[in-house]
Design a protein around this ligand. Sequence first.
Ligand code: HEM
Length: 742
Amino acid sequence: MATKRSAKRTKRDKVTDHNVTNGNVTNDKLRALEGFRESGADEMLTTNQGTRINDNQNSLKAGARGPSLLEDFILREKITHFDHERIPERVVHARGVAAHGYFRVYEPLSRLTKAKFLQDPGAKTPVFVRFSTVAGSRGSSDLARDVRGFAVKFYTEEGNFDLVGNNMPVFFIQDAVKFPDLIHAVKPEPRHEMPQAASAHDTFWDFISLMPESMHMIMWVMSDRAIPRSLRMMEGFGVHTFRFVDDRGASRFVKFHWKPLLGVHSVLWDEAQKISGKDPDFHRRDLWEAIEGGAYPEWELGVQVIEEADEHAFDFDLLDPTKIVPEELVPVQRVGRLTLDRNPDNFFAETEQVAFHPGHIVPGIDFTDDPLLQGRLFSYTDTQLIRLGGPNFHEIPINRPVAPVHNNQRDGYMRQAINTSRASYEPNTIAGGCPFQAGAQMGGFVSYPERIADAKARRRGEKFFDHFSQATLFWKSQSATEQDHIVQALRFELGKLETAAIRERMVGMLANVDRGLAEQVAAGLGLPAIPNVEPPLNRSIPADGNPKDFEPRRSKPTPALERSAALSMANTVKDTAKTRKVAILAADGVDTAAIDAMKKALAAAGAMAKVVAPRGGTLSGTRGIKVPVDFSLLTVGSVLFDAVFVPGGTESVKALTADAMAVLFVNEAYKHCKALAATGEGIAMVPNHTGADRGRAKGGTLEEGIVAGGDGDIARVAAELVKALARHRAWSREAKGQLVPA
Ligand code: HEM
């Protein structure tokens, strides 16, 4: 029977099969997951008990028009399961997307750590990586202004190591005890649950304006880092200082970094807001499509290593998660590469059920006493107990280590292991003492024996109180464009506040970071002067604390570091057009030769082109050649692309110039400083330029990022467009772009 059905496989069956077998199954984790995959292809419909179902259309009734019968076990089972499909979303980082891949170290790191997965350049360690936003619900937009989670689960032969980081290297708070306050403040307000996935509201800024320790992180979240162009184009950071431990037991401090090979790039805030309407799944789709298309996202793992002896050599405290270690002081060594090469088969089973935990570590890696990290070590298992419904979530396929698991933990909801031993305790004789402890030489985990001799106290290290030096360092390290975007972001966020006093206190607080910054924000908000913040500046003070002890103090960084190049996206990699998306704007009568040539040139550069037209279907181009339309103008906007090309063709350009949506499409691309290309009559579509420019454009570039030429110049225009794509945006046009109605 099954063989007979195979001959008649439907298209849908094949799609399912593709999903089951796409990507490679060459790593241990993917092989382990194979046994859990189920496609239903060539199979009959059954109940959960395996009984074949004959009628999935009608419930069992007393007669054709009679009441349904309780006896209908098929109906009851189906509806009951449906009723229980949802689980609680993550309390933070609810919105996310994930992919499988592998990590490979460049050279053995035995000089730093004994972690086995960091020793063999020939070995591929399987990984599962989940990216997320923090504040929004599971269904919120990808383009919210927010921190992005960057969580990597390494399935190593010594157990799972989770590097649960963010795309920003610092955090809002210094101590875990403030985390619920921070999250309550940023989440939608309790009275009406507004706004969704946004920090631009009173409770968030009320809290922040009282917390000078947040000011460094505020600089990052108000920068364009908070609105990435792609998850594939953002950095990742472990944030906390961790330890590497070598096989002699020596420890060094380590900061983890992920450096994207495509560089760090962002969109504009105006663009982000429009993308949220046109395609709220923009980042999710981008990641999925890149992996399906074989353009596997890649990052290098970087480490900053600090000797134990240098623990106190800096003006900041290594245990303070609101501080970075500037790359000028401790360079980042690139030690390996992460590649994502397979999409999940099932969002819920993998992406939703994966459980990360900064406490999942392996021998060779250890914690420090960072008070934020210490609190996190408690939080993740605790939250997963409720989110995933009990203590056995480590048995869910995506969470199982590839390393074998043996212990005397037993029972609990949804237990899957059938533990056969009579002894569920240790020591025992009945089971020969098994499972037994592993000596350090056998890979047993031994905590680093850090010396601690101090009084128990609810306090922070002295250097934690320098809340502004690194916020200022970040601000000063930004390019003029980046600074302008931070000012605009603050004007937007504070401009949305209902309570004037919060807005004013916040501007006063910003003056401690940089007076010029505060003045610009104040001007945009219509404040005549920078308001004075009523002391104490820091309201995060114990009931019996002396406010003087908690006032921020600024230390002079030594060696004096005014700027750090690594903090500016202006200095990122800008050498590739790979995976960039170009819209070819066309209508009937379009120059088909130009489309063909442009598509070929972009494909050769690893970029892709999509034809966008006033309607769907097929266009009739020059020489009667048919051009399939990828998207109608109704379904997309130029905000979903990196560049726009308008080919010539008298009729095509005539139709496009008369179409308000087509005009808006190009104007928005101009306003957002994107690369624009036009040939022949197409140049008439470029804002601020007319067909008369065509002659002058023979030389190539009309202004930064805008290339044009005659019909015969397509090869040169395409080559210039590829270069402009690699530069990401032409920021020099931004002021002019503001004058374009879009
Ligand atoms: C005391 C401070 C923090 C606490 C208590 C905390 C707590 C949590 C909780 C409860 C979750 C949801 C986990 C789940 O349901 O599976 C979560 C997710 C996450 N947290 Fe934290 N967090 C803290 C700070 C941080 C910091 C500083 C970072 C970055 C270094 C971070 C990165 C993440 C990421 C990336 C996720 C999403 C993991 C995933 O993709 O499933 N968190 N956090």
